[in-house]
Each structure stands twice: as C-alpha cells, then as structure tokens.
Design a protein around this ligand. Sequence first.
Ligand code: SF4
Length: 427
Amino acid sequence: MKICLIDPPLPYSSPPLAPLILEYLGGLTKRVMSEAEIELLDPKFSPFSVEKVEADLVGICGSRIVTLPWVYSTADTLRKRGMQVVLGGFNPSAMPEEAKKHADAVVIGEAESVWHEVLEDARKGQLKPFYHGMPLPLENLPLPIRMPGYKFHGIFTMRGCSYGCKFCALRGLYGKAHRYRPIDEVVKEVDSLKERFYWNTDGNIWGGNINRAIDLFTALKGSNKKWYGFGDLKALETSSGDKLIKAARESGLLSLWLGCEEKFVGVFEKKKVEAIKKLKSNGIDPILAIILGKRTDSLDDFDRIVELSDKLGIMVHPFLLVPFPGTELYEEYKPFLLKEGQWKYYDGAHALFSHPQMSPEQREEKFFSIVFELFTLKRVFRHLFEIPLNVFPAGHFAFLMREFPMRQGMKMAYKKWLQDSKSPIQS
Ligand code: SF4
C-alpha cells in the first residue's frame, strides 16, 4: 500500500523548518505498517501538484487553521481522483463534522492509539468515518523519518499543559495533564539529528516541572547542538529560575519565544523585566509574541508595543487574537464572532470579532502600522547587535533565520490585506 502524508503550506513565508508532524507520522506509519511505501510531501518547501499525487491513502494534517481552505480543496480533489483521504490534527479534532465533509475519515485526538486500525481499514477500503485516539504514555515512540534539505528539524519532549491559557488550542488536543517522554529517548533523538540546530516544539519548554526541565537540559548538554523553544517567564521568577536558565543555556538554548501569558500588554512588571534581562545576559534571545485586540484591549495597548520592544531591547511579534475553535476563548467570544468558518482570515492579522470600542478595520490598520514600525531594518539590526557576542555566530544566525522570513511574511500579509480591503494605510 502506498501512503502519502502532506503538511499544508502556510499562506505567507515561513522559516526553513521541517514539518515535525509529518516526519513523526511517517515514523509511526513505518512502525505500524513496515511494508507500506511512504511519501512525505511539504508543498511549502518543494513544488507540489495535486494532480501528481498518487497513493492508496493520503493523510493531511489540519493543525494550522489558516491552512484549512487548502486542506479541504486538496482533499476534495484527491477524493474525486479516487484516493482515500484521512484528516487529523488540532482543527479536524475540534471540528470533526466539518472535516468529515472533505475526507473519508477523521482522526480525532492523538493518532498513536488508532493509526494501525486506520491503515488496516484503508488497505481493505473500509475506512470508518471517525477514529477516536486516546492519549498514551509517551514512551518508546518511533523515530521520525527526517526529510532532507532543511536547516531545522523539530522534536517534542512532552504533551499536555496544566496552564490555563484560554486561547490555547494545544490543551484541547493533548489535554491538561503533562505527559513526558523519557529523557534518554529525547537525548537519543537529538543526537540522531544531522543538523546543528533544532526546534523544541513543546508548548512550554519548562513543562510545568522545573526539576524535570533542569534534568532534561543537563542531559542535553553533551549534544553540542543549538535550539529554540517556547516558554513563559513565570518559571524564571521562581527561586530555581537562575539554575533553570543556566541549564537551558548550557544545553544550547539560543532563543525563547515568550507567548504563553495573556497579559503582556500594558504594565510590564519589574520581575518580568528582570527575567528578560537574565535571559539576555545568559545569551538567550527572548522574543515576545504578543496577542493584541482582545475585547478588553484599547488602542493605547497597540501603541505601547513598539515602546515595549525598544525598552526591553528585544523583538516583539504581535498577532491579532484568534479565537480557535475548541478553546475556552472561542466559547466566550462566540456571540461576537464576525468571520466564523472563513478560516483563511484566521491568520493573526485579521479582526475576527466585534469590539466594544474599535471597528475591525481600525484594529487591522493599527496592527499593520505597528508591525511596520517593529520590523524596520533599523530596528531589526539594532536588536541583532544587542545579542551578546559570546553566542556569535549561532545566536546571530538564528536571529536572522527567524526575523527575515517573519518580516517577509508580514509584508505578504499586508499586501493580501490591502487587496482584500482596498483601503491602504500609510507605511
Ligand atoms: S499557551 Fe503555553 S502555557 Fe498556555 S496552555 Fe498553551 S502550552 Fe500551556
């Protein structure tokens, strides 16, 4: 049986990061059906034509909501051509009935417990409409099939998160309890990577357990690789904060996306400023991913972002709030939603709900105006030169590999927004 797995392309440019979900699902497929012929396709990286796809079963990942229009139209075409299609990931799991309209089967939840059954049913041409995956312990996981030609590959060390961020789609799929991979298995996987850089794709690299994080980072120290991840500042404000930063730095952590806290807008407390200073002095480049445009935000909050970036001396990446289906926030904002079901607008650059004081156009215009201020070449290079020389060249290289695709992506998003709205703003 030939199985083709596809990771849908984002509408805007993205860093040269291999799609971990695809690579991991490839490894899982190899384990549960060793005789299958497996093809992994990443249309953002290699030329792709839906007419050229040939397989008995096609699996498409629907984890990024803005790609759903592409996912659905590709799935429709493949099914018309007689192929069986299965969809899975965050959004098909949160909206299985919608996904089913475009697929022979939908995997709801994590695939590991049901993937063997899906493949056997597909072999017989008897796919069931829905497969409900159960969360399993994360031990003895298959090694991903690594795709060649990328600068970065991803790993994960855990699933689930006990933090209560209302906007987070991750908890809907993986649950609120942390499940950890054995440290020696993570180290083995990192050691098996050929490239020097990798992404830790955990929702929060501290993992809700500071001692486990320190043990993991200490074990990774010998890997001689550099990495990036997502985290929060709360863990760094504890009495173990210094030890945690040191262990993370020695394990090769180069930069940390801080996006796991809802209240970054407005007053930036002294202890958070201190934690950011500590990260910087240890050669870890922090990036603030700030969510804007909540119903409780004001236009002043938008204006404070550029000031905050300059004051902290770090890059800030703003996004307009996206109420992802399946999250607490989605339920809360349901009465105010404006573009429900029009997933192409769920890209972090569109206003998706009504606001007591600001129109959608006001929020979008303001968003793009601060994006252009934050991403001026002058500001980008100023932040680049603020990275300590003791992490040169890896830290500086990582910064450029991240910021330039991001800058390009924002420009593309703006161009698209202009075409849609036909109301240009000054840039
Ligand atoms: S945003 Fe980060 S910290 Fe918050 S629930 Fe999601 S993974 Fe956890």
